[in-house]
Design a protein around this ligand. Structure first.
Ligand SMILES: C[S@@+](CC[C@H](N)C(=O)[O-])C[C@H]1O[C@@H](n2cnc3c(N)ncnc32)[C@H](O)[C@@H]1O
Length: 214
């Protein structure tokens, strides 16, 4: 077990501007393999998911850009950044004037990453590691989900849960770079971006990524 997750985040990332939302700087890794291997070594487990929290994923970058450019979507509102990773979308929501932002992610490193990124951007972010998909969607005004359709079981589970939130009157915004399990049907297109990313993670250096409302 890693005793000090905050120290692990600081030691294996560097503070850098987000390519498509340079108003925001995050503690990010440059290469995926070393930090992934180190995570597995430190935790003594193999086959762990990648260190999602150490990268600004294309779908999250698009959604962050959208919120920064359309602050009326979140200004004065309670926002959930679901599957937050680094907390990028939560940071963008707070910079756009949200009343509060709760970041949710089940990865054990995310709490430390979100705290570091909140401090770096001088915003307040709450965090939960609970799997919110196990219960009813929380009472917030807006749920943001950046890049959540990369695996079929997760995508199906998330989209079903987001549909329940929408039925309760919550505004649901999704950022997606055309992942295999992103449905498009039943969604309203809002904006598209050409998001710089890295060949460490993606097949292209620029990923066309869009923001949709459920
Ligand atoms: C591709 S990353 C996107 C991170 C961030 N939203 C972004 O765009 O940079 C997907 C994230 O989903 C998280 N995740 C997977 N299952 C989850 C669940 N049931 N609840 C919350 N987060 C989950 C992973 O831990 C990971 O951080």
């Amino acid at each position: 077990m890693i005793a000090d997750l905050a120290a692990f985040v600081a030691a294996n990332t560097r503070l850098q501007p987000v390519p498509h939302a340079p108003e925001i700087s995050l503690w990010l890794a440059d290469e995926v393999t070393p930090i992934w291997r180190l995570t597995e070594e430190e935790l003594g487990e193999m086959g762990l998911p990648p260190p999602f929290w150490a990268f600004a994923w294309a779908g999250g970058q698009a959604l962050a850009r959208y919120l920064l450019d359309h602050p009326q979507e979140v200004a004065g509102k309670r926002v959930l950044d679901f599957a937050a990773g680094s907390g990028l979308v939560g940071v963008a929501a707070m910079k756009a004037g949200a009343a509060s932002a709760l970041c949710a992610d089940i990865d054990p490193f995310c709490g430390a990453a979100v705290a570091a990124n909140a401090a770096a951007n001088r915003v307040a972010l709450a965090f939960t590691a609970d799997d919110l998909l196990d219960g009813p969607p929380p009472e917030v005004d807006v749920i943001c989900a950046g890049d959540v359709c990369y695996e079929r079981p997760m995508a199906e589970r998330v989209l079903d849960w987001l549909a329940r939130a929408k039925a309760n009157g919550t505004r649901v915004l999704i950022g997606d770079p055309g992942r295999a399990y992103f449905p498009r049907e039943g969604l309203t297109f809002l904006s598209e971006y050409r998001v710089p990313t890295t060949r460490e993670l993606e097949d292209l250096e620029i990923k066309r990524s869009a923001v949709w409302a459920l």
